[in-house]
Design a protein around this ligand. Structure first.
Ligand SMILES: NC(=O)c1ccc[n+]([C@@H]2O[C@H](COP(=O)([O-])OP(=O)(O)OC[C@H]3O[C@@H](n4cnc5c(N)ncnc54)[C@H](OP(=O)(O)O)[C@@H]3O)[C@@H](O)[C@H]2O)c1
Length: 286
């Protein structure tokens, strides 16, 4: 059994990491009230006292539109924050897990493996790519997990995830406009947490791992499935990326495939539609 510190413990992914990892490990969490990852001395002193064997950093500044307006904060949290924790982990002999994003890629091909060259189109993606580089600069003993389009049962730090936002809009009777020309992989945080546990328990080699549910779709197809499973029939309109809802550049294709999980004999994650079905069952019980 190892001692695991999960940073960002009030977030949606952290919620599932805690419930999955506490069977088999000693798990402690830290929130922004304990320390801000951008504050190197505060992060260092908390980690020194806690002395975990493994540190999982889920903290992020990841509202894409706000990142574009505030690059300083994006790089302070997503890049330097990663370095501060990676370095503190190294000093205490801990392994470090950093979460990155499909938005490190430019969408110029239909899917991306770990060996494809990143080329982010927006500030959020650039700050996460810098976070990846600073993770490996700060600590050789790391996992960088690139994932995409997260939905989880616990409230996201953004206030909502795509699934809960769609359900809320439908219940309010709003007309819902969703882009149909951006493709990616919706990912259930509970499935992601189980895959992380597998990687840790296997003691897989350090490196970058792509982890997402399988079966690419557009945001519009994702929304259609949400309403089908929830038995709702809102007025759903398919729009194009340039239609004015957002000014931020996002990749047309940000589909993550993994060569590195395969190399380690770790299975791909199940189709997102099945995962969404399980999410809905738990959501209905809330
Ligand atoms: N959500 C997605 O679709 C998606 C896609 C790809 C990758 N990712 C990555 O996956 C990870 C987890 O995402 P998530 O959706 O679980 O995020 P989340 O729900 O927003 O959780 C992030 C947590 O980090 C905390 N936090 C934020 N800034 C902090 C700081 N400077 N210092 C300390 N704690 C801080 C937040 O606390 P407060 O609530 O107090 O802010 C929150 O508890 C992130 O690294 C994200 O970039 C997410």
């Amino acid at each position: 059994m190892s001692k695991i510190l999960i940073i960002g413990s009030t977030g949606q992914l952290a919620f599932d990491l805690i419930r999955v990892l506490k069977g088999g490990h000693e798990v402690i969490g830290s929130s922004r009230a304990d320390f801000d990852v951008a504050d190197s001395p505060a992060a260092g002193s908390f980690i020194k006292k806690a002395r975990p064997d493994l540190i999982i950093n889920t903290a992020a500044f990841h509202k894409t539109e706000e990142c574009e307006l505030n690059p300083e904060r994006s790089f302070a949290v997503n890049s330097l924050g990663a370095y501060n924790v990676a370095k503190a982990a190294k000093e205490t002999g801990a392994k470090f897990v950093f979460f990155s994003t499909d938005y490190v890629f430019d969408g110029s091909k239909k899917s991306f493996t770990e060996s494809d060259a990143p080329n982010p189109l927006n500030v959020y993606g650039a700050s996460k790519l810098a976070g990846e580089l600073l993770t490996s600069a700060g600590n050789d003993n790391y996992y960088i997990i690139r994932t995409s389009w997260l939905f989880g049962i616990h409230r996201s730090g953004k206030g909502h995830n795509f699934v809960t936002l769609m359900l809320e809009k439908a219940k309010n009777g709003e007309t819902i406009k969703v882009v149909g020309d951006q493709f990616g992989l919706p990912t259930y945080t509970h499935d992601l947490a189980l895959k992380i546990k597998e990687l840790i328990d296997k003691n897989a080699p350090a490196g970058i791992y792509h982890m997402a549910n399988s079966g690419p779709c557009s945001w519009h197809e994702f929304a259609k499935k949400i309403f089908e499973l929830a038995k709702l029939a809102p007025n759903l309109e398919q729009i194009k990326s340039g239609d004015g809802l957002s000014k931020i550049k996002r990749p047309e294709y940000s589909v993550l495939t993994s060569e590195n999980l395969k190399r380690e004999g770790i299975k791909n994650m199940r189709p997102w539609q099945e995962a969404l079905g399980d999410f809905m069952l738990e959501y209905d019980k809330k």
